[in-house]
Design a protein around this ligand. Structure first.
Ligand code: ZN
Length: 94
């Protein structure tokens, strides 16, 4: 367990050195982004969290009335069209 902690510390130091080297090669201090304590850039994390949201689901449109609803509630016709309920699927088949 002690070695794991040292491994993490070593990795952090290596990453910090690489970042410092990269910012040195890029030239002067680029502001808050070049500082090692600012950590990982945040916009990517936010985008990933939004797509992994449990409430998010693919929305489909009813081919009969045009209402939007989650695909899990869809009544799918043999042709592949989605309907909001069994009645609309039946009405569309006529
Ligand atoms: Zn409908």
């Amino acid at each position: 367990m002690k070695y794991l902690i040292w491994l993490v510390v070593l990795l952090a130091v290596v990453v910090w050195f690489q970042r410092a080297k990269k910012s040195m090669l890029a030239g002067n201090d680029n502001g808050p982004e070049a500082r090692p304590e600012s950590g990982i850039p945040r916009p990517k994390m936010g985008a990933a969290r939004r797509s992994a949201e449990p409430g998010a689901e693919t929305m489909v449109q009813c081919a009969h009335c045009g209402i939007h609803f989650p695909s899990s509630e869809a009544v799918v016709h043999a042709s592949g069209a989605h309907y909001c309920c069994e009645e609309h699927r039946r009405l569309a088949s006529f």
